[in-house]
Structure formats: structure tokens, C-alpha cells
Design a protein around this ligand. Structure first.
Ligand SMILES: [Zn+2]
Length: 407
């Protein structure tokens, strides 16, 4: 893809011991969002804010929902005019699930054989700690042009309320590019799939099973609809083909609610099909929703069943060019620090970066410590060497981007 011109890396004094300590301290905070139990990101966010204050920064704390604060610090380079780069992480983690599936304490942050274990170690408290220490090291290395915004958002694993709130705020206006520190195992992810969550309601009329002629059966319409969704998926895949890093678009029915009367001799009045749509660049979301609406109406027509589509969530696919300065800076930094060229990849789901691009027009790239596939699994871990290497790459990439040195 891009030709890179690695220069000799500058030395950024990453405090490796403190980086490991901060990652472990963050993992020990169970920042699963469980409103029923009063659990939020607040304690993890406070730890991020304390770290920023220790660095002499002034974190701005904004509650985007009760007990759910975004933490953002602006680090001025003191080296004259220059661009604004954002580092983006999130403080929430998904649940540990059944703890008996773990061989370690999910929130023990055990350090063993060069790995830190625990929920969120990879996704993404490791990345969060790495970006904080990277920006601190950049600052300690001397003045630089422009500024860095260090952002720790809430609710990435949910509705991305933190990113949405920030993208709508004045603080997002001057950001020229963002590096999202999700675990991607050394890949520079220049694209992320879009997602649409749909609920399709099929509304018929209840009747006695012995007299189906008096009813309008939505279950028969569901059968037709599933067939036509599958055909439409094939059509989209033929039309748009396989994206170089994201693969194919999919329409996957995931939930079926039908037969609420739950009696074999009752024709139910309604049924709903939930569809998880994953798109690639080029697919027009409005067109897609219009087509699914027509398919739902056509599926119900023979029985007189009405079809309605509700969009529950809509996140566009995003992609940056490999020639985008932030991508070039990151690729050069990776090669300079690691000693081999970076691989390019795509993110199968959306990230906070999707929201920053959609709502604030910020070009984003995703790169961070930890395995892509270990996120959300039992015995999640991050390699300490990976953590330290990523912090070095972040500092180096920021330096190149802000100086406009990226070739
Ligand atoms: Zn994440």
C-alpha cells in the first residue's frame, strides 16, 4: 500500500514500570456497566483522571449519563502552531461472564509469563494506559507543534454515548485526526464495517387455528421474508464484492419473536424478526433500509399482513485512505519501532472512531496492543512487550504527525 520511509526513531522515555502498573490498576477496577447493580465506568475514569493530574495535565470530566464520565485532557506541545491529534480509548469493559470459565481472577490483573490477565486487559485498558504514557513520554521529550487530546470515553461497548457526546461538543471541532487504541495485534486498521440493527414487524390478525381463512398469519410471512433477506444478502455480496480488509456485507436474522399466543390452535397477530446488518464502504444504508421495507411488505402481501421496519441503530462503514497523514505517520512509526512493515487490516465491528468520523468528520485509524480475537473472551490478556511497543509507536506516530514529517 503506502511506501514508508522510516527514519531513525527518536527516543521517547516510556516509563515501562508505571505503564504496567497503570494497566493492572485499571484492570482491577470492574468497570462493567450494570445499572441494576450501580456499576459504571466512574472508578476507572477517576483513575485515568488521577493519572493525568500526576502528569500535570488538567483533565476535563464530563458526565454523559449518571455516573458515566468522559475524561479528556489537552496536552499543548508548546512548540508553536500545529495540528491537533486525538488518542481515543474507552473505560468500560464487557462482563466477565461465568467466572468458572476463567483460570485466573477476571479482575486480579495477574502478571504471569510476560502477560497481564483480566477482563479489559486487551479491550482496552492496556491501550488506554499505553496512550497515556505515550503522550507523557512525548511531552517529556521536549516541545512539539500543535497539541494532543487524550480521550477516555464511556459506553463504547454499549451505545457509544461517550463518543457521541464528545463528537457533538466544541472540543471535537479542532481535531485533525484520531488514533483509536483498540486491540488489533499490530495491524493498522484503516476501515471498519458499518452496522444497522433492524426490527421488522409483521402485523396480521389473530384467529382460531381451525379457521385460518379468518386470520392473517404473520408466521407464513416470516418464512417468505427470511428467504428474501437471504436472496438480498446474496445480491449485495454480488454487487459490492469482497472488501480488501473487511470482506463481505451480511444481513443476519438473529432474533425471531412469533407465536406470542403460544398455543398450537391460535394464529398469532404479529411477529418480529431482528436483523443484524453489517456493511462495507459503498453500501448505501438508506437504500438498504428502503429495500428491506419493500421486502417486508411483499412478504406479507399474500396474507394481508403488514410489514414495518424500525431502525434501532445505524453506524456507517468508515475507511481512511492509506495516504491520510495519520495513517502514514502510524505506518512509519510502526516500522521504525518494530523493525518490519506494518500490516493493514479492518475492524469487523464499529469503534468509537466510527462515531467520530460519522458525527464530527474526523479521520480515524485503529491500532493497539492485544489480540483482536482475545477481546471479550475468558482468560483475556495483553502481552507486556506488546503494550510497551505500542506506547513507543504511539509516541513516535504522534511526533511525526504533529511535525508534519510523515512522508
Ligand atoms: Zn474496545
Amino acid at each position: 500500500m503506502t511506501q514508508v520511509h522510516p527514519k531513525a526513531p527518536r527516543t521517547f522515555p516510556i516509563d515501562e514500570e508505571k505503564l504496567i502498573e497503570l494497566t493492572r490498576a485499571l484492570v482491577r477496577v470492574r468497570s462493567v456497566h450494570e445499572p441494576a447493580h450501580g456499576h459504571t465506568e466512574a472508578k476507572a475514569a477517576a483513575l485515568v483522571a488521577d493519572t493525568m493530574r500526576d502528569f500535570g495535565w488538567e483533565p476535563v470530566i464530563t458526565e454523559v449519563a449518571p455516573g458515566r464520565p468522559n475524561v479528556v485532557a489537552v496536552v499543548e506541545g508548546g512548540g508553536g502552531d500545529g495540528p491537533t491529534l486525538a488518542f481515543v480509548g474507552h473505560t468500560d469493559v464487557v462482563t466477565e461472564g461465568d467466572p468458572t470459565r476463567w483460570t485466573v481472577d477476571p479482575f486480579g490483573a495477574e502478571l504471569r509469563d510476560g502477560r497481564i490477565y483480566g477482563r479489559g486487559s486487551a479491550d482496552m485498558k492496556g491501550g488506554l494506559a499505553a496512550m497515556l504514557h505515550a503522550v507523557r513520554a512525548l511531552q517529556l521529550a521536549g516541545p512539539f507543534p500543535g497539541r494532543v487530546k487524550v480521550c477516555a470515553f464511556v459506553d463504547e461497548e454499549g451505545l457509544m454515548l461517550g463518543a457521541k457526546h464528545f463528537a457533538a461538543s466544541e472540543a471535537a471541532r479542532d481535531i485533525d485526526a484520531a488514533i483509536v487504541c483498540e486491540p488489533e495485534q499490530g495491524e493498522i486498521c484503516v476501515a471498519a464495517k458499518g452496522a444497522i440493527r433492524l426490527r421488522i414487524d409483521l402485523l396480521g390478525a389473530m384467529a382460531h387455528g381451525a379457521m385460518p381463512q379468518h386470520g392473517r398469519n404473520p408466521i407464513v410471512a416470516v418464512g417468505r421474508l427470511l428467504d428474501s433477506l437471504s436472496e438480498y444478502q446474496q445480491h449485495l455480496q454480488d454487487q459490492y464484492g469482497r472488501h480488501r480488509t473487511l470482506g463481505l456485507p451480511y444481513l443476519t436474522p438473529t432474533v425471531l419473536e412469533a407465536g406470542s399466543a403460544n398455543q398450537v390452535n391460535v394464529i398469532p397477530s404479529d411477529a418480529s424478526v431482528y436483523v443484524d446488518v453489517r456493511t462495507i464502504p459503498g453500501v448505501d444504508h438508506q437504500d438498504l433500509v428502503r429495500t428491506v421495507t419493500l421486502l417486508a411488505q411483499a412478504a406479507g402481501a399474500p396474507e394481508g399482513v403488514a410489514g414495518h421496519v424500525t431502525v434501532l441503530d445505524d453506524r456507517p462503514p468508515v475507511e481512511v485512505e492509506p495516504t491520510e497523514p495519520v495513517v502514514v505517520a502510524l505506518a512509519e512509526a510502526h516500522e521504525a519501532v518494530v523493525g518490519s512493515p506494518a500490516r493493514y487490516g479492518g475492524v469487523p465491528g464499529a469503534t468509537d472512531g466510527t462515531i467520530l468520523t460519522r458525527d464530527a468528520g474526523i479521520p480515524t485509524v485503529v491500532y493497539g496492543p492485544g489480540g483482536k480475537w482475545i477481546a471479550h473472551q475468558a482468560d483475556e490478556y495483553v502481552e507486556v512487550a506488546d503494550l510497551v511497543q505500542c506506547a513507543k509507536v504511539y509516541a513516535e506516530a504522534a511526533d511525526r504527525f504533529l511535525r508534519g514529517n510523515a512522508q
